[in-house]
Ligand binder design. Structure first.
Ligand SMILES: C[S@@+](CC[C@H](N)C(=O)[O-])C[C@H]1O[C@@H](n2cnc3c(N)ncnc32)[C@H](O)[C@@H]1O
Length: 361
């Protein structure tokens, strides 16, 4: 008996076929064991979404090349059945130690996921800044075009700066700064010096152009997981939608303490997809991040941005729908797909989003 006649296969195929149908924009009944993902209209971005969905929905880690080598539904399902579990689980404790909640980590930092992601960021930063349609997209979604890739609008950034209380003479690290335009905004708003770091060479090349005309700014390509600044460099560290890419939050926050001054303040904005949690008992105070901020920094304040987050993705889809023709007229269909695929996926999941600002003990 082959694996494809077992109950296990039927169950996996029953879960995977509807995801194919959704991503290929077709009916469930059109997906058969011999359907070829790419022949049926799949491309690199939908393939990426598929492996992400397989990780989040089925808890299985499947590299992109597995789909290329196993493009039919039957072959892909067989591959998924043999694949490793994608998710590690962390048990999280309430401040009083009494209750736990479970977070399934999404395998963001497995080597294949990391490599794919870094390539996609590089593609994005090499192309987005020169697209007028993309500038219009950012203006409509965020209120102003700063080439944003994260989810924070100016309301969120301003609230973070208020809570952080940064001022002239301070030195702020903007971790995951992208094009550096948010770093520039932070410098203008606070008068502080801002050092931006990002893994993307294209992003930092653009950012270094900004620094040429503003002494308060400087930018470097650095990996968040290997920050090489001297001890005591920063009075503040901000990170918008980037800490997902640190395999060990504890190591990252410890490193923050080393490169920060004694009264370092940290502002982190991040999203928690609800599907990764036991949602009925979920609380930001029981997340791994909260636990570590209590342990290492003595506490934190939070701002609940969840409602804004869910509206944000829907708005992105709506704005992109209205700009599809503009992207196409520029020959920027791939950039459009890049943003659309992510927005359509995220708009379909409920998310928590919180800002955490540490309070030094
Ligand atoms: C979702 S974007 C957010 C960018 C920006 N903060 C914003 O809000 O628009 C995540 C950023 O993290 C950067 N990044 C990803 N992995 C990284 C790493 N290991 N070290 C430093 N930056 C990283 C990406 O290049 C990207 O610019």
């Amino acid at each position: 008996m082959t694996a494809s006649t077992t109950d296990e296969y039927q169950r996996a195929a029953g879960a995977i076929a509807p995801i194919w149908a959704e991503l290929l924009n077709t009916g469930d009944d059109r997906i058969t064991p011999s359907t070829d993902f790419f022949a049926a209209g799949g491309h690199s971005l939908t393939a990426m979404l598929l492996v992400t969905r397989v990780a989040t929905d089925l808890g299985k880690s499947v590299p992109l090349f597995a789909l290329v080598e196993n493009p039919t539904l039957a072959a892909f399902v067989e591959y998924v059945l043999r694949a490793e579990d994608a998710t590690a689980v962390v048990e999280e404790r309430a401040p009083d130690g009494s209750t736990t909640q479970t977070e399934r980590l999404l395998g963001y930092n497995e080597p294949t996921r990391r490599e794919n992601r870094n390539q996609r960021f590089e593609y994005y930063y090499a192309n987005a800044i020169s697209s007028a349609a993309h500038a219009e997209f950012c203006e409509q979604v965020y209120g102003r075009n700063l080439g944003q890739h994260g989810m924070a609008d100016f309301g969120q950034i301003d609230r973070m700066l208020e809570l952080l209380g940064a001022k002239e003479g301070d030195t702020i690290l903007d971790l995951g700064c992208g094009y550096g335009l948010i770093s520039q905004y932070i410098a203008e708003k606070t008068g502080a010096n801002v050092v931006g770091v990002d893994l993307s060479a294209s992003a930092i090349a653009y950012a270094q152009g900004l620094a040429e005309s503003d002494d308060r700014l400087s930018f470097q390509v650095q990996d968040a997981n290997d920050l090489t600044f001297p001890a005591g460099t920063f009075t503040h560290i901000v990170s918008i939608d980037t800490i997902y890419y640190a395999p060990s939050l504890r190591d990252l926050l410890r490193r923050f303490q080393e490169i920060g001054t004694a009264d370092l303040r940290v502002g982190i904005v991040r999203t928690f997809p609800i599907r990764t949690f036991t949602a009925d008992t979920w609380s930001p105070d029981r997340t791994e991040l909260a636990t570590l901020l209590r342990e290492l920094f003595g506490g934190y304040d939070t701002v609940d941005l969840s409602r804004e987050e869910n509206a944000h993705w829907k708005k992105k889809v709506e704005v992109l729908d209205s700009l599809r023709g503009r992207f196409a007229a520029e020959g920027n269909e791939e950039l459009f797909e890049f943003r659309y695929a992510e927005a359509a996926y995220e708009a379909g999941i409920e998310q928590y989003r919180y800002m955490f600002v540490s309070r030094t003990a």
